[in-house]
Write a protein that binds this ligand. Structure first.
Ligand code: MG
Length: 377
């Protein structure tokens, strides 16, 4: 089997969320947006897909590297792209590596007529999800007060979630450790002792501010806190983890793929490691992190609602406990699929479990008519 084409199709859709000046998503007026589908085509008619591709970089750089390759030589192509990154910093990002790698796994699954999680070595067909909120805002009825978070947590509990993660206020809304703790306390009070709770606050607190929050969350029986300080300072995380019994999760956004996770594990910088396909450059490096985490007896919590993450989660023998479902907000309905998909990638039952699709490859149910009807000319 040979790769004979690498295509990108960019198409219009109507988005119901906006990004603030700092890049955080919030509900907003309907607006025009675009999405890109990457398709890797083979001479045997088998294709692999991934959404979220960067069309200019794929077409100008990646295409010539992988054209003519055997699509099952994923590790070889990933390594070539990784080495190519050194002289293409800023263009050939880990997100590009991820799109290519995920499309290749989708293709491999279709060639084998098997879902990706079974190719990886399956352990589960369903995993618990946590409700992951958008960041705080100033919207009346939104996520504008500690009480608003409490109300929304009750709503999520009634939907079936057994776990809830707050993203609290970030600039341009003022970040404040005391208000974060007030929101966490209001949520714990509202949902009772049994719901699993996590916090992902502002990422630029000082050690003292992060420790203050951690100590308060210990009392509120929170499960974990992630990224309260810049992850470039691993020493800050070693210090924080040493000073609190709260589980510290990370790194999430620190660059460096499995190499960075190995360093964090060696230095006991966090209690649980973290990776998402888009952060680390695909399923291929994510599986390396899973094996590394298993070897050290550390949980690996996956970042983001990607279907590829779900396949990795359903092939792990050490948890990886939760699928991150979101980002959620009282004004938005997450249970409606985007127009380019016929079904949700992470449907959740009333007991809070997300079920893995059992179709070949990633098992995405793509609405190709919608894509072709809305192509950017
Ligand atoms: Mg996070």
């Amino acid at each position: 089997m040979k790769i004979i084409d690498v295509k990108t199709e960019t198409f219009h859709y109507k988005a119901k969320s906006m990004r603030d000046a700092f890049g955080h998503g919030h509900p907003g007026p309907e607006r025009d947006a675009t999405e890109t589908l990457l398709t890797i085509v083979t001479d045997e008619g088998v294709e692999g897909h991934c959404f979220g591709a960067n069309a200019p970089v794929i077409n100008s750089m990646v295409k010539e590297i992988i054209m003519g390759e055997d699509p099952l030589f994923r590790e070889k192509m990933w390594r070539t792209l990784f080495e190519r990154q050194r002289l293409a910093i800023g263009t050939l990002s880990d997100k590009v590596l991820s799109a290519v790698d995920v499309a290749l796994w989708d293709l491999a699954g279709k060639a084998a007529n098997m879902p990706v999680y079974k190719l990886l070595g399956a352990t589960h067909t369903k995993v618990p999800a946590y409700a992951s909120t958008m960041c705080g805002d100033d919207l009346e009825g939104g996520l504008n007060t500690p009480e608003a978070y409490a109300q929304f947590a009750i709503q999520c509990k009634e939907r079936g979630y057994t776990a809830f993660k707050l993203h609290t206020w970030q600039p341009p809304y003022s970040a404040d450790p005391k208000r974060d703790v007030a929101a966490c306390a209001a949520v714990r009070e509202a949902v009772g002792p049994d719901m699993v709770l996590m916090l992902d606050p502002y990422h630029y607190y000082s050690r003292a501010q992060a420790l203050y929050i951690a100590k308060e969350l210990e009392k509120l029986d929170f499960y974990w806190m992630e990224e309260p300080m810049p992850e470039q300072s691993m020493s800050s995380y070693v210090w924080l983890s040493d000073n609190t019994s709260l589980h510290i999760v990370g790194p999430e956004t620190a660059e460096g793929k499995h190499f960075t996770r190995a360093e964090w594990m060696m230095h006991n910088a966090s209690d649980m490691t973290r990776a998402g396909v888009r952060d680390v450059g695909g399923i291929t490096p994510m599986v390396k992190i899973v094996h590394l985490a298993e070897s050290f007896g550390i949980q690996m919590e996956s970042h983001g609602p990607d279907l590829a993450n779900l396949h990795v989660l359903c092939s792990m023998s050490i948890p990886g406990e939760y699928h991150e479902r979101g980002l959620l907000h009282p004004f938005l309905d997450y249970d409606v699929p985007p127009p380019w998909l016929n079904t949700l990638v992470d449907p959740m039952d009333e007991n809070g479990y997300v079920h893995i699709p059992d179709g070949p490859g990633l098992g995405m149910d793509i609405n190709f008519d919608y894509i072709r009807d809305n192509l950017v000319s």
